[in-house]
Design a protein around this ligand. Structure first.
Ligand code: HEC
Ligand code: HEC
Ligand code: HEC
Ligand code: HEC
Length: 188
């Protein structure tokens, strides 16, 4: 009884009732802490070396500007939802990359910056609720299913959300081939 009462009063409700944490994006650097050791496959380093890590910078290029002009956009590509929706992490999703961050809120600016690429979470799902070591090991062992904690099971549709003919530079997307180009497995 007392416990329910406290719950009604306080935000601690979530914790006391044993529910999961809110699902939020955290950015690749939070994954790097555990996923950058050579003997474990250095997933962060591999990701950082590929185009997904530079996807917002690409929107600053002359080529990008030319595409935007051709499409009749009134804003530069890096400030256009028409481009950002595939060139950042979590566009349009709660806690994802956005343009209207309060510039005086240093923490919000930093989090937003961390989502300024096609980061780990663009494919694996927002990481806040699954990134603890215990949870990750349970996921790996198949003792937990990911959906309730934001962890995505990746398939062709995950990629096709962005690799589709609505992209102005679309190249036909063969999943089996392209997935090898971004592979970052654990060593055998
Ligand atoms: C506190 C350390 C830690 C952090 C932070 C962390 N991971 Fe993990 N992750 C692990 C461990 C441990 C495993 C299990 C395999 C192993 O032993 O390396 C794992 C496994 C995984 C797997 C494989 C799961 C499977 O089903 O095979 C993926 C994918 C993954 N992590 C992605 C991420 C992403 C994305 C982030 C950032 C949002 C992240 N991890 C943050 C420790 C971590
Ligand atoms: C959130 C949107 C998004 C998702 C999801 C996504 N991609 Fe991409 N991908 C991009 C963008 C944007 C680029 C171009 C980046 C650039 O050139 O700046 C790209 C580039 C690539 C490239 C070229 C890499 C290189 O270094 O030249 C490959 C390969 C690729 N993606 C494979 C995949 C695969 C496989 C998946 C799914 C497992 C996937 N992508 C999911 C947006 C996405
Ligand atoms: C539907 C998702 C999507 C949208 C919307 C999108 N892009 Fe992209 N963009 C991609 C993907 C995916 C790639 C990687 C090309 C590939 O390998 O298929 C890419 C690559 C690029 C490249 C690198 C050139 C290349 O051939 O790889 C430029 C430049 C670019 N996009 C500019 C833009 C601009 C400017 C806009 C807005 C007018 C935009 N994109 C909107 C998904 C998108
Ligand atoms: C473009 C999509 C994409 C991005 C971005 C991405 N991954 Fe993955 N990741 C995959 C795919 C596809 C696999 C293959 C296994 C699967 O289906 O989960 C994978 C597998 C993994 C695995 C398990 C490896 C194994 O051998 O089982 C880990 C760990 C992992 N990713 C971590 C990360 C981390 C950390 C980042 C960011 C630094 C990241 N990934 C970025 C698509 C992505």
């Amino acid at each position: 009884m007392k416990r329910i009462f406290i719950c009604i009063l306080a935000f601690a409700c979530v914790g006391l009732m044993g529910q999961t944490k809110p699902i939020k994006y955290v950015g690749p650097k939070k994954c790097r802490v555990c996923h950058n050791k050579a003997e474990k496959g250095a997933q962060y380093k591999i990701w950082e070396s590929k185009a997904h890590a530079r996807s917002l910078k690409t929107l600053l290029s002359g080529e990008a500007k030319a595409i935007a002009t051709k499409q009749g956009l009134n804003t530069v590509p890096e400030e256009s939802p028409e481009c950002l929706r595939c060139h950042v992490t979590g566009w349009g999703a709660a806690g994802g990359y956005r343009l209207d961050v309060d510039p005086t809120n240093a923490r919000a600016v930093k989090t937003n910056q961390a989502l300024a690429s096609v980061g780990c979470e663009a494919c694996h799902g927002p990481g806040n609720a699954y990134k603890s070591k215990k949870t990750m090991i349970q996921l790996r062992a198949g003792e937990l299913t990911g959906a309730a904690i934001g962890f995505t099971k990746i398939d062709e549709a995950t990629c096709a959300a962005c690799h589709n003919s609505e992209s102005p530079t679309y190249k036909p997307f063969a999943f089996a081939v392209r997935v090898k180009e971004i592979a970052h497995p654990y060593p055998e």
